[in-house]
Design a protein. Sequence first.
Length: 413
Amino acid sequence: MYDLAIFTEWLQFAVRWLHVITAIAWIGSSFYFIALDLGLREAPNMPEGVKGEEWQVHGGGFYHLRKYLVAPAEMPEHLTWFKWESYMTWVSGFALLCLVYYLGADLYLIDPAVADISILAAIAISLASIVFGWLAYDQLCKSPLGQNSTFLMVFLFGVLVAMSWGFTQVFSGRAALLHLGVFTATIMSANVIFIIIPNQKIVVADLKAGRSPDPKYGIIAKQRSTHNNYLTLPVIFFMLSNHYPLAFATEYNWIIASLVFLMGVTIRHYFNCRHARTGNPTWTWLATAVIFSLIMLLSLAPLYKADQVEDAAEAIMTPTQQKYANAASFDEVSDIVSTRCSMCHSNEPVWEGILWPPKGVRLETRQQVAQHARSIFLQAGVTHAMPPANVSWMEDDERRVIINWFRAAEAGS
């Protein structure tokens, strides 16, 4: 069974690699077309129906691009669709959510100090929130409120703030910010799947049938594309946040998450204005710096009240954690971890230069060691990733003890 941990780790790596590659492709094409659309300019003797054109240079040649506001008079012979980047980003991201947060729910998804719920309940809430996010957003866009882009964006920001707070009341800090990213990314991808691409297909079908396409489909798709443009940078922040406990493991993590959405707006506003040649709003960088400074200040308030959380955590040990705590050599492993790891992975690290436990992982108690058994096995047993550069001089015999302990626990499960 211990081989399954190694296989799962490689599977997670492969899926994460795919997720990053497809996300780069999707975000890159999205930003490119937003910049292209904003940069279009009218020119003399443009064909009928052309909104604007732009000249670009790349790869040793020049490109002459034109955009038809609704559609050209005839269907082009070759038409490239940009959709699979979005589809595969969501599919690979959801697969990663299942592999890391659903299969590892007792470690990454649930925090008994936040909400003592079952694994099935946590997964059900996770799935329900993803579906709710898209349905609520889609109905808002289709409602009378959707006719006013400014009011709609303000209202949507309120919804995102509410979800930021809600996720932190149910999941661990790490999972809360990750779910906010999933919540937002699902809206973005669903915009492509259910609105943008279908609307474009309606236009294509009208062209093939010799009908004049209705402009409303392009207007709707443009609105959703604009929303995606402003939501992209916050999603990237949330996906990276699980590596930085200063973002997720703080008392005000939901406020931090809310402020990140504002930074997404200020940053994209600058580039959108530059691409549209409507100005150089450098004030947005000052606004971004102020918001980020506020985030840094908020991060100094610790999420975990050491005494209170320690008591709550020690009183609750999941069946999985009990399996590792009851395995042979667990006491010896606890001593090894205490000697070699706890100087950094503690509530108050004593290693010079480290102010917070790396990635929020604490290894001071038996319950915490059992909770992080798989990571200890992979990073200090199978590999020599921990301690970094072996600064605490973990011996090969000690690593062997960790490996044998994990194997024994898995064999007995």
